[in-house]
Write a protein that binds this ligand. Structure first.
Ligand code: ZN
Length: 194
């Protein structure tokens, strides 16, 4: 009986060690990551954000409204929208306006938008990808089809500019020279409200 109990105890002990070990490994994996990204998929984009508060900050910085109600929609209709609805409408609205301004409308892969909390996070992400210091307020990486923005330093013009880079680079079979792409993207942010 004792021997059987001891064997059983050892069995359970080893199982618990394995079980706790796996939990600890899971926790470590999370800790070693910078943070966990949440996703909001819209018609044209996949928005990656760290917390609802970050998504709200993004929403506050982006002044853009679509539909026949225009600005009035902010007064009469937006209160019933969730934060996800509001961000989705604004982002897709800006994307479609950029497509219209560029006259580059075709089906494209969804562009990733990463909402960083501050300049440091924006620059850290740039360094991780390009291995050189970041000197931009927002940026676009063709290889990842990703736009990175900092919600502390952001407006609708900046977002439209970076989304335009994705549209321009994916519309043409051959990517245009960087200077040409820059002229086109700048045209979009200057004429967003035309
Ligand atoms: Zn640019």
């Amino acid at each position: 009986m004792f021997i059987r109990s001891l064997a059983a105890a050892l069995f359970y002990l080893s199982w618990m060690v394995l079980f706790l070990g796996s939990i600890t490994a899971g926790v470590c994996a999370k800790v070693t990551e910078d943070f966990v990204w949440h996703h909001l998929e819209t018609r044209h984009t996949i928005i990656h954000y760290r917390s609802i508060e970050d998504l709200k900050q993004f929403d506050r910085k982006i002044a853009y409204h679509t539909g026949k109600w225009g600005v009035l929609s902010t007064i009469f209709r937006s209160n019933s929208d969730t934060i996800h609805d509001k961000v989705t409408k604004k982002t897709d609205g800006i994307f479609e306006k950029a497509q219209q301004l560029l006259d580059m409308r075709k089906r494209m892969d969804k562009v990733n938008i990463y909402i960083c909390r501050n300049k440091k996070q924006l620059h850290d992400n740039y360094y991780k990808i390009f291995r050189r210091p970041c000197r931009y307020r927002a940026w676009y990486a063709y290889e990842l089809n990703a736009v990175y923005v900092n919600h502390q330093d952001l407006d609708e013009g900046m977002l439209s500019h970076e989304l335009a880079h994705s549209i321009i680079d994916h519309y043409l079979l051959v990517r245009p020279p960087r200077a040409s792409a820059e002229i086109l993207a700048s045209y979009v942010d200057r004429h967003l409200f035309d």
